[in-house]
Design a protein around this ligand. Structure first.
Ligand code: AMP
Length: 140
């Protein structure tokens, strides 16, 4: 069974409209249809994957480069000095469109932008084991 293409795949394929602000061989960026603040942009790899870690190295590298360029453009065009970059993976982590994407959300002088509640926990007591497990899992 194949999943239906996401709205972002339809945008990439030119089957759905968008307000495009950037495109290269691997990446596209366009205005979010429900912006949190003025200049809220999505940066999307053309490779069709749900979660960030599923991307190919080439796609991830191109995405990182495009993300920096589009962030610079949003800062210049909107005049915001500050912004958040948000990237959700999986429905429980607030991902609504199941195609990798980064949000660039300007924080404007009027206070508009992303509000974050961050419940910091305590540092792990098994940090050494956790570090070892993560280090061993970094893909070559
Ligand atoms: P997320 O919760 O990270 O998956 O966010 C998905 C984002 O995609 C939301 O901010 C939506 O407003 C945005 N979105 C959904 N459909 C479209 C569309 N057709 N064009 C632009 N943005 C969209």
């Amino acid at each position: 069974m194949t999943n239906a293409p996401s709205i972002f795949t339809r945008i990439i394929n030119g089957e759905s409209p968008c307000h495009k602000v950037y495109e290269d061989a691997h990446t596209i960026a366009f205005l979010d249809i429900g912006p949190v603040s003025r200049g809220h942009v999505l940066v999307v790899p053309k490779e069709e994957r749900v979660r960030l870690h599923e991307l190919s190295e080439a796609s991830a590298a191109a995405l990182g480069s495009a993300l920096q360029k589009v962030a610079a453009a949003v800062v210049k065009a909107t005049g915001c000095a500050d912004y958040n970059v948000l990237q959700n993976n999986g429905a429980p982590a607030h991902q609504a469109v199941m195609h990798v994407h980064f949000h660039i959300i300007p924080k404007h002088a009027d206070g508009s932008g992303l509000g974050i509640r961050w419940d910091a926990g305590k540092a792990p007591t098994d940090a050494a084991a956790l570090v070892e497990a993560i280090r061993k899992s970094v893909p070559c």
